[in-house]
Design a protein around this ligand. Sequence first.
Ligand SMILES: NC(=O)c1ccc[n+]([C@@H]2O[C@H](COP(=O)([O-])OP(=O)(O)OC[C@H]3O[C@@H](n4cnc5c(N)ncnc54)[C@H](O)[C@@H]3O)[C@@H](O)[C@H]2O)c1
Length: 271
Amino acid sequence: MKKLLALLVNEGEIKMGLLLANKNILIMGLRNRWSIAWGIAKSAHAEGANLIFTYLGEREKEEVQTLVRALEDYSVYPCDITSDEDIDRLFGELKEKYGLIHGLVHSIAFAKSADIQNGYVNTTREGFSMAMDISAYSLAAVTRRAKDVMTQGGSVITLTYMGSEKVFSGYNIMGVAKAALETGVKYLASEVGPGGIRVNAISAGPIKTSSAKGVRDFDNILDVALQKAPLRREITQEDIGGSVVFFLSDLSKGVTGEVLHVDCGLHIMGI
Ligand SMILES: NC(=O)c1ccc[n+]([C@@H]2O[C@H](COP(=O)([O-])OP(=O)(O)OC[C@H]3O[C@@H](n4cnc5c(N)ncnc54)[C@H](O)[C@@H]3O)[C@@H](O)[C@H]2O)c1
């Protein structure tokens, strides 16, 4: 069925619904069904993508493998983003199996809860390095390897949060890491652009996930978002998934270095 639809797309008979047909898309950062990465996977799958997933380690393996079994075409690989050996092995295996990839979704962040919750002024040196390494540096690390398998051009997308622009008292070191990540998006976009590779970020509104549990006052942030966002509703996995499909597809082929707010308009509001 998928092959038939892909054929129709190639012949120009179907324009919508298969924006990612025949595209190999790597999604890094799937943990469970609440993950933003899972919403992205569902949206990309609906548009015909061949999906490749990574998970952090043995603790996440079973849940991720059970989750992705519902999809038609997929591969799953372990990858701890703090390990250069893991990243090299991953991209080596992708090159061997797929030859090339068209898209990479980086949906990964981490900081120790003590460093998120105790105020930025109290961030430890070790906690700062860890948060920056996993949440900001890792985008450069994977983009560097991805460009070797994005031989027909490609699209890299990361996830960020408004805590990079304004102070959210429970966000602290993650806000600083997200600011570095967003600036990194611009530098990477400028460097890999000549190879036809685009790099963009989505600044997502608050959404309940395992990582969000580590943010103090998260329920309060959600309540405020609901009351103040122009669209007066919470952001959903589908909202983010749809925008990521836009960035992965040729619909956004002239867009790079961008940070797109997908937050029901919350970012335009003052108090
Ligand atoms: N939930 C929100 O409200 C929200 C809002 C804006 C942006 N974001 C961003 O979205 C992204 C995804 O987060 P989420 O909310 O879906 O939570 P999540 O916990 O489902 O996803 C975070 C992922 O990061 C992975 N990870 C952590 N350390 C890793 C490492 N060393 N190597 C490889 N993977 C590692 C985890 O295994 C997990 O899969 C993050 O960048 C987060 O900051 C989340």
